[in-house]
Ligand binder design. Structure first.
Ligand code: FAD
Length: 273
């Protein structure tokens, strides 16, 4: 098996804290290379990412904060970088983020390439910086070629690696990696893996982020209807098969979007081992 990593979101309520504690307690046994914590859409003052990173690091997990351009001035981002350094973080996931509904102005930095450049200017080589990649194209991109050029731009600004948006079509990943290599970029491109726990939720997410669910998967999922056990079992099979193909085809590691749940990810890993 290749190395794996897990993504969590920062809990806010007591219930969410308890859930993350349980999830981390279980997933720890899978020996992740590191875990990452997303950055909320509301800007640095509203984000619970730093305290979650602090807690996970104290529990002995190598933890990487996500950091975004949205809602943060250069000064705020500088402050976050200082804080993460002081907490001992050595890895960051740098993103543009999305403008939360109701907010009219973005941060001072407009795109992830500017954020990566800023991180390098402020902190040199201290951080290993991951950026996002979109094998099925970022939904707002003008076209796939422009999106690829923009991806190459943010890598050239100083990224060390990339994690993809999730997808269920391995060929999209292989093709993307080929295109990136042809553009002269040799950083690792790690597939982001979204286990399927609740199909209607995955459909909603996929509509928003532009991930295609193959028709044969949708049709079988719809046929299971309210039979949640069958949905989960079939989902784990489909995602494990995807992971197997990716690893056989050269994926350097796998990054799981856990949504702070342990079971969906563990069901996939159990089939892989
Ligand atoms: P960019 O790379 O800046 O690209 C955004 C769009 O702009 C693309 O269409 C691109 O083609 C275009 N573009 C890029 N550079 C330029 C340029 N210089 N000039 C003109 N156009 C350009 N969101 C959060 O809010 N918090 C998170 O923690 C978070 N974690 C994520 C983790 C992963 C692994 C992934 C894949 C996504 C994550 N997201 C997160 C979602 C992400 O913020 C959105 O997908 C966002 O819309 C794009 O972010 P980006 O960093 O890919 O943007």
């Amino acid at each position: 098996m290749v190395p794996i990593s897990f993504e969590f979101y920062p809990p806010k309520t007591a219930e969410q804290h308890a859930q993350l504690d349980r999830t981390v307690g279980k997933l720890r046994a899978e020996n992740p290379e590191y875990v990452s914590v997303t950055f909320g859409a509301g800007g640095s003052t509203l984000s619970h990412t730093p305290e979650t990173i602090q807690k996970l690091r104290a529990s002995g997990l190598d933890s990487a904060p996500h950091i975004t351009c949205m809602g943060g001035s250069r000064e705020e981002i500088r402050g976050l970088l200082k804080l993460y350094r002081a907490l001992g973080a050595k890895r960051l996931v740098a993103l543009r983020g999305d403008l939360p509904s109701g907010m009219v102005s973005a941060g001072e930095l407009r795109y992830a390439d500017e954020l990566v450049q800023f991180i390098r200017e402020e902190t040199g080589d201290h951080f290993h910086v991951e950026v996002a990649a979109y094998p099925e194209m970022h939904p707002q991109a003008r076209d796939a070629h422009v999106d690829l050029r923009n991806f190459v731009g943010k890598v050239r600004a100083g990224a060390n690696g990339a994690i993809t948006q999730y997808f269920y079509n391995a060929d999209a990943y292989f093709r993307f990696v080929d295109d990136v290599r042809r553009a002269g970029i040799d950083i690792p491109i790690v597939p982001g893996i979204m286990p399927i726990q609740n199909f209607s939720q995955i459909r909603r997410f996929s509509d928003l982020c532009g991930a295609e669910i193959p028709r044969w998967v949708t049709q079988r999922m719809l046929a299971y209807g309210d039979d949640a056990d069958s949905v989960r079992a079939f989902g784990a099979e489909v995602v494990a098969q995807l992971c197997r193909r990716l690893v056989e085809g050269g994926a350097p590691s796998l990054h799981f979007y856990t949504l702070n749940l342990s079971k969906p990810t563990m069901n996939v890993l159990a089939q892989l081992r």
